[in-house]
Design a protein around this ligand. Structure first.
Ligand SMILES: [Zn+2]
Length: 234
């Protein structure tokens, strides 16, 4: 089954290089925050949900995101998705690449969705979830803890476990080949092009994760590169 991928911009920020690259310095680079729409049979599927509290997120990340997250009113996830013809309450499936707030915050607006999160690392991440997200995930039939498996025809999960223990790539069959949405295992194309690990990880583990993703997909798509919008025409 073939799917189309649409990145939806839900904010931007400037991140210090020591986060983006192992051995990086204090200089900053532009990150864009994305929610993805996957359109195909049985879809749409939403990958990641965007930050609902950019001010709170910015306070907790001020050391390495100077100036914080900038989010225009039209970039709030429900507004941005409706502009693409998606009503959050009717979305059947949501996949979370990893349990960090800029990726899961808006989950409760997906009132009827099944939510796919990595079974590896979920227990470690659960205590940090805000009460409304934890309660949402506890609703009957909501949460699907997944491993390396196809969740719907043409969309598969690949557990990577780097950056966060529950980090997983979403591997999608498209007309242009198989694309792997990497979450924050790779922030920018420079991480991939130059084989430069992100900050704060074991380099050997990171290289192994990237190699696994490369063997599973034709294109690796980083989590926060501004060029993604141009490449996919979001
Ligand atoms: Zn992120």
């Amino acid at each position: 089954m073939m799917w189309t991928l649409t990145p939806v911009r839900v904010g931007e920020c400037d991140v210090r290089d020591y986060i983006t690259f192992a051995g990086g310095d204090q200089s900053v680079r532009r990150f864009v925050l994305y929610v993805w729409i996957l359109r195909g049979p049985g879809g749409p599927i939403i990958v990641d949900t965007g930050p609902s509290d950019p001010e709170g997120f910015s306070r907790s990340t001020a050391e390495y995101i100077p100036g914080g997250v900038r989010q225009a009113p039209g970039e709030r996830t429900p507004v941005a998705l409706r502009a693409h013809g998606i009503e959050p309450a009717e979305v059947p499936s949501v996949i979370i690449t990893h349990l960090h707030p800029d990726h899961y915050d808006f989950l409760p607006i997906f009132e009827t969705a099944r939510v796919f999160i990595s079974g590896q690392g979920f227990e470690e991440g659960r205590p940090a979830l805000p009460p409304e997200v934890a309660a949402y995930l506890e609703e009957s039939g909501r949460l699907r803890l997944v491993g390396d498996e196809e969740v719907v025809p043409g969309v598969s999960i690949l557990h990577l476990g780097v950056h966060s223990p529950c980090s997983q790539a979403v591997v999608v069959d498209t007309d242009a080949g198989r694309a792997a949405l990497m979450g924050d295992v790779a922030y920018l194309y420079d991480n991939l092009r130059e084989d430069r690990p992100i900050g704060g990880v074991d380099a050997a583990v990171w290289h192994r994760a990237i190699a696994r993703a490369r063997s599973a997909a034709d294109h690796l798509v980083p989590g926060h590169d501004p060029l993604v919008l141009h490449e996919f025409g979001g």
